[in-house]
Design a protein around this ligand. Sequence first.
Ligand SMILES: Cc1cc2nc3c(=O)[nH]c(=O)nc-3n(C[C@H](O)[C@H](O)[C@H](O)COP(=O)(O)O)c2cc1C
Length: 329
Amino acid sequence: MFKTRFTELVGVEHPIVQGGMQWVGRAELVAAVANAGALGLITALTQPTPEDLTKEIARCRDMTDKPFGVNLTILPTIKPPPYAEYRQAIIDSGITIVETAGHKPQEHVEHFKSHGITVVHKCTAVRHALTAERMGADAISIDGFECAGHPGEDDIPGLILIPAAADQVKVPMIASGGFGDGRGLVAALALGADGINMGTRFCATVEAPIHQNIKDFIVANDERATNLIFRRFHNTGRVAKNDISDEVVRISNRPDAEFKDIQPLVSGARGRAALETGDIGAGLVWAGQVQGLIHDIPTVAELITRIVSEAREIARTRLATFSTAGEVR
Ligand SMILES: Cc1cc2nc3c(=O)[nH]c(=O)nc-3n(C[C@H](O)[C@H](O)[C@H](O)COP(=O)(O)O)c2cc1C
């Protein structure tokens, strides 16, 4: 067992989190993660209304009696979703763990904290982690440049970002971006984290509610198969390389490119269609560099058992050998 400050804080068996994922973080996946002893997160904004979120939380409760949480992603948009109503739906449903992600989480963190909810704030920079800690976040999830989703604009890989954050963050911290196996879990713990958060790896599982073609696509891809999009609009996203993301990069490289030039290609509806129909070229498919370490589509329980036992084996044999090597000679 890898008992850490994080597993103690959120009351799960294994120091593994399934991060918020638009269109993917639904009850089927979250319940499977919870039943396997890790922390699953329902993605609030995947549900079209706060009432639908309430129903999705109830649906998840029907499939597990273990703890699970909800991700609330703060989007940099001029027409934001009704955040206060989503927050209220989360609170009224009796959820005790929330992952916030994105910029300026203050009103969300304060509201959740005032209802005794444990808040894990996900961010991509040490300075943002410290700000969230000052706001009262109970834990930090720190996302390195490798990650799927929004890695921020600093381009600091996990090998630097995680220990740099661990040096300063006092609350429990989980490492995110590029994790997919037991080696990653051991590395994260060695770098000072209290666990790992994974996104892409959970997409290639039996229970992920997405088309088989997308799962096979992730397995077939290697670590080079991602594109960075929205760079020039200061909202960088890492997605799988496909015809759409190649086209977005090509258009964005024009000196006079504006967001409206790529807008029709990057809509959420198109991304959702790709995941649901399995048409790889229908829209953006969010995935990270860890695709290069994903070679199969196990059940969530098989994946979590494998990661934990592999990590335990590395600690017991390989690392133990190194720690005593000096004495043997
Ligand atoms: C399909 C997909 C959708 C995602 N959507 C969100 C989201 O809506 N909100 C969020 O905070 N993070 C989102 N992420 C990021 C993940 O929560 C996580 O931080 C990231 O995947 C970690 O990197 P990894 O993919 O290398 O494990 C998404 C990731 C994927 C793969």
